[in-house]
Design a protein around this ligand. Structure first.
Ligand SMILES: [Zn+2]
Length: 403
């Protein structure tokens, strides 16, 4: 397939962060020309008065739970987890597949082209992802065997899933240990071994609540990140999620091991985790920051535009300083940084990059005026996912509401 997008406002997210009016040509699954393009194409999209930008990358979801939206609102994480585990015991592949389809449709509708997931039965989510055409990093959830609701051993299930799906174009399988309070040292080190054996990423919730940190310290004498460092678990394959309750020492440990970060401000605030992820200290220590929605049960949507805005606002308010986050920085988290963390050739609109592109209708009142010098601020602070008109993943139009 070839797609020519004409006369759009292109927010390239290239190194110079250029924004200009022009055309984007996608051939098969690659962006092959950007600028003033005069070629024939199977699909020509008139993007006048529209924003053409890289697809957003959501680095933390549990899409198989999307059909549980609204079932655990206004309760603490402990009560939340108790309810989720009760629900999960009742759920099978069919429910997870239906939940995943709903979540992926929502992500494509709101401009997300790639997501990283953590859940059991990721084979059901892989099926839904393939049917809907999204780029999916699927982390098979692992907890200690005595805690699991999965059939069989979670580590063995994860390994089998990785073997079965590692040759697929849009699916990247990986292993996802749940947290320090559900995974023993032995489970974590075996998970790491599997990641190394198959050369995959890992993702894990870490230091989400103060209670998690205090209980861990009571049990092991160390905070979670200190303990993970001591047992030899930290490494550059790991994308750590939440990291709300961290010391500067822990930030330095994460940085020394090149651990990547998924910041989930909406979920953290909704669950009343208190405080906020120490973003500025993390940036000062060179950590790579990306953004995630978390599940539709703790967010309660999968709209990355909303997450960008909340991420920006949370830290301004926390630090009593509006300048600590900028729209450009936040857009980088959701595009180029995330592509780097997942090691994909995406996140910007440049020749040779994957054809993961979204088009936003900027004729809507909340997108006006459309100006070169304010378009990035509009993306982060005034648009929402429902402004997205067309979503292209891997050179395929997978969502469009163009008239
Ligand atoms: Zn999560």
């Amino acid at each position: 397939m070839s797609i020519l997008i004409k006369n759009g406002w292109i927010v390239t997210q290239n190194n110079k962060k250029e924004v200009f009016q022009g055309d984007v040509y996608i051939e098969d699954n690659i962006i092959t020309e950007v600028g003033n393009v005069n070629v024939e194409a199977e699909y020509v999209i008139d993007a006048r008065d529209k924003i053409v930008m890289p697809g957003l990358i959501n680095t933390h979801t549990h899409v198989g739970m999307t059909d549980l939206r609204g079932v655990a609102d206004d309760v603490s994480l402990d009560e939340f987890l108790q309810r989720m585990w009760r629900e999960e015991a009742r759920r099978g592949k069919k429910e997870i597949y239906e939940g995943a389809k709903l979540g992926i449709k929502e992500m494509l509708r709101t401009g997300t082209t790639t997501f990283m997931d953590m859940y059991s039965d990721e084979d059901a989510t892989a099926k839904a992802s393939q049917e809907l055409g999204i780029r999916a990093f699927l982390g098979w959830g692992v907890v200690d065997e005595e805690l699991t609701t999965q059939e069989g051993n979670p580590l063995e299930n994860a390994e089998k899933f990785i073997i079965e799906h590692r040759k697929e174009e849009l699916i990247t399988p990986l292993i996802a240990p749940h947290a320090v309070y559900t995974c023993s040292e032995e489970t974590l080190l075996k998970a790491k071994e599997i990641a190394e054996k198959y050369d995959t990423l890992m993702t894990m919730h870490i230091s989400e609540t103060r209670r998690e940190v205090y209980e861990h310290r009571k049990k092991y004498g160390l905070r979670p990140v200190e303990w993970l460092n001591k047992i030899g678990f930290l490494n550059d394959r790991l994308l750590a999620v939440h990291l709300v309750w961290l010391t500067l020492h822990e930030i330095k440990l994460l940085s020394a091991h090149e651990v990547k970060v998924s910041h989930n401000p909406t979920s953290n605030m909704k669950l009343g985790n208190g405080g906020s992820m120490p973003l500025l200290e993390m940036l000062q220590n060179g950590l790579l920051i990306t953004l995630g929605t978390d599940s539709a049960v703790s967010n309660n949507n999968l709209d990355m535009f909303e997450v960008m805005k909340i991420a920006a606002l949370l830290h301004k308010n926390e630090r009593w300083d509006a300048s600590v986050t900028t729209a450009q920085m936040i857009l980088d988290f959701a595009t180029v940084n995330a592509a780097k963390a997942l090691n994909i050739n995406a996140g910007s609109i440049e020749e040779g990059k994957l054809g993961d592109v979204i088009i936003v209708n900027a004729r809507e009142p909340n997108a006006r005026p459309l100006r070169k010098d304010t378009v990035v601020a509009n993306i982060v602070y005034s648009l929402n996912g429902l402004n997205v008109e067309t979503t292209i993943v891997n050179g395929n139009i997978v969502y469009s509401n163009m008239p």
